[in-house]
Write a protein that binds this ligand. Structure first.
Ligand code: PHB
Length: 388
């Protein structure tokens, strides 16, 4: 058994864990990050693509961040329904924008910057258990790639370890949470083709929802609403293109070879509590949102900003007042993002059991949003992100 000691033990080298170690290092607080995955796996797993303006501003402080150079600024999105596209002009409505920058690229930047700064990141180390939340030395018990046991004791333990969080169990038990499941998921593809439009298209059609997103000038990411149990390999490329084209009536998509496909399940979840003694959970460990509002990674970043501030005053100033209210402060934004993600999802998707009334009401809702400056401004404000 190997034992190490640090000030903050962080489980998870995703956006939340890496950004937290960066902010703590800025405040002179050492940390160790553990992640079960290899660096290659973390840097190549395809995840979300939209960064709020506040997220990009935080990444500006990370040496070598390419969010503004490789990523591209988007000043609006298109909402499409009844065969017509309507632009939501973020810049004009709220003076803010978002950046299209794939999460794994942001992770590559963060990992390189943290390692260059001397950060201890242990890849391939699986946290099995977090213990001692109510003590002064909370500890993570982990297994290394060689099967050795590793104990990391700290002044504080943070679970940034995703939706199957081990730290969450220590903070609020294995069942503690608010949970909602949806009767649909997304069938996602990556294809080699030029962009079909300048901005992302969120399309409501009688056959169901589609999202036309992008990755680069030559690679596009697209999704269409599907059964959550759909088999990603069951459709031919021709069937996929036929489905996508029918779901954006009035527009024509540029087609190309599909080189990746996956099915995403939709869940809304918020853990019953985010802290216990000297442990906290952030990001997907603490909450999950359906992807329609593009909030997942951005919400993780917002948690981390609050937690870094609270840990700095606890560990450098001996002041526990901010950590005591961390749950309450983080929850305010988490529930706004839960509402926004649920709202975008329910406004845009075809519900399998929907009546004619439900369908017409939904179109009335979409019309309200695009025809009212107040309605469009709410969408723009929430999508580009509330101030951090
Ligand atoms: C993506 O590009 O993967 C993406 C963009 C916007 C969303 C969800 C996913 O709302």
């Amino acid at each position: 058994m190997d034992a190490v000691r640090t000030r903050v033990a962080i489980v998870g080298a995703g956006p939340a864990g890496l950004l937290l170690s960066h902010l703590l290092a800025r405040a002179g607080i050492d940390s160790i990050i553990l992640d079960a995955r290899s660096r290659e796996e973390i840097e190549s797993t395809i995840r979300a693509g939209i960064l709020e303006q506040g997220t990009v501003e935080l990444l500006d402080d990370v040496p070598g961040s390419r969010a503004r150079t490789v990523g591209s600024r988007h000043d609006g999105i298109e909402l499409r329904f009844d065969g017509v596209g309507h632009r939501i002009d973020f810049a004009g409505l709220v003076g803010r924008s978002v950046w299209l920058y794939p999460q794994h690229e942001a992770l590559r930047d963060l990992i390189a910057a943290r390692l260059a700064d001397g950060q201890d990141i242990r890849f391939g180390v699986t946290a099995r258990e977090a213990v001692g939340a109510e003590s002064d030395t909370p500890t993570v018990i982990a297994t290394t790639l060689d099967g050795e046991e590793l104990e990391v004791s700290a002044d504080f333990v943070v679970g940034a370890d995703g939706s199957r969080s081990v730290v969450r169990t220590a903070v609020c038990g294995s069942h503690g949470g608010h949970f909602r499941e949806y009767p649909f998921g997304w069938f996602g593809i990556l294809c080699e083709a030029p962009p079909s439009a300048d901005e992302l298209i969120y399309s409501n059609s009688p056959d169901g929802f589609a999202l036309i997103s992008q990755r680069s000038p030559s690679v596009q990411r697209m999704y269409f609403q599907c059964d959550p149990d759909a088999d990603p390999d069951a459709l031919s490329e021709a069937q996929i293109w036929d489905t996508l084209q029918r779901r954006v009536p009035g527009a024509t998509l540029h087609e190309g070879p599909i080189f990746k496909r996956d099915v995403l399940r939709f869940r809304s979840f918020v853990a019953r509590s985010l802290t216990r003694g000297r442990m906290a959970i952030v990001g997907d460990a603490a909450h999950t949102v359906p992807p329609t509002g593009a909030k997942g990674m951005n919400l993780a970043v917002a948690d981390v900003v609050l937690l870094a501030e609270a840990l700095e005053s606890l560990l450098s100033g001996g002041d526990a007042s901010l950590i005591e209210i961390f749950d309450e402060r983080a929850s305010a934004r988490i529930w706004k993002a839960q509402h926004f993600s649920w709202w975008m999802t329910s406004m845009l998707h075809a519900v399998p059991e929907a009546s004619d009334f439900d369908r017409r009401r939904q179109l009335g809702e979409l019309r309200t949003v695009v025809e009212s400056e107040a309605g469009s401004a709410y969408l723009a404000e929430a999508y580009t992100g509330w101030p951090l």
